[in-house]
Design a protein around this ligand. Sequence first.
Ligand code: F6P
Length: 360
Amino acid sequence: MSKRIGILTGGGDAPGLNAVIRAVVLTARSRYGWDVIGVREGFDGFLTGLPTITLDEENVSELLARGGTILGAANRGSPFARKVTLSDGSVEVVDVSHEALEHMAEIGLDALIVAGGDGTMSIAQKLVQMGARIVGVPKTIDNDLSGTDLTFGFDTAIRTATEALDKLRTTAESHHRVMVLEVMGRHAGWIALQTGVAGGADAILLPEIPFDISVVCDKIKALKAAGRRFSLIVVAEGAMPSGGEQSYYIATQAGREGKLGGMGDRVGHWLADCVEAEVRVTVLGHVQRGGQPTPRDRWLATRFGSAAVHLVAQERWGTMAALQGNRVVAVPMEEALVMNVVDANGEMVRMARDMGVVFG
Ligand code: F6P
């Protein structure tokens, strides 16, 4: 039976989202003969009446290698908590989820595929409980969602961050400097850990292991005593000193999660006070989210997008495509709501410690 399915990309963008859109369109049209409608700017598109886009083979033909998302993304705008300006100018947070469902029906969608992180999956799951026909595709550069071994966007992010660390190494070596690189990842240290190991960092500071800065200072001094006159320190944006707090450059307010950032700078200042070397800090920021997805991310995004269409065909509402081992399977969306963090005592951290890396 012919269907009309929608796709939206919610939350922050991640390299590979366009590859998901392409895979959804090609699978839906080639395998099932369905129409695909792109909903713009996440769930906001349902609420603000943004025009939808009819997606076909032609308008997705150049998407595989393109970063970002042609549909736009929004990491605000939950239909369950929407800010509405009242006639007296005051702002109220209201539940407009029924309107989102009405708009879905008005557009004539038989089903919806959402590509997003924990926030998007949480909204989707609640809409499914209200009767919506939705399946998911997990996405985040942070790789911090449970239920799937990997999310697309992560590989591109660690490649970008590792390239940055490789570049910092050569200039650190020339100037005998301590280079601090702050990377993203929210409350999980996956980007920091894998970048740090891939780029040969001497210290890696993770949210999962509160650090003692004197351990990092001692490491730098020991390296210097052994003749290595530069050091590389990777700091996750969510790292914190033991007994201290994470660093936010935008505080949490009115129910909106704050923005982590600034720990690299703090670490730089602390190190400058305890080692006899120049210290420089680089904050990589959104560079990690941009640019072309790696082949590995294109591959995973394509597998997820195609699998999501099959989940629609099987009417497995409330599930999302996930990678387990080397197989793409369906898991309940709520699994993505549990944060997947680095095991502080796990094999990966132990391996790095065994090679002399300190975690503070
Ligand atoms: O979740 C992806 C991510 O890039 C995090 O690593 C980072 O903390 C956050 O999004 C940044 O969000 P924004 O794009 O809203 O600044």
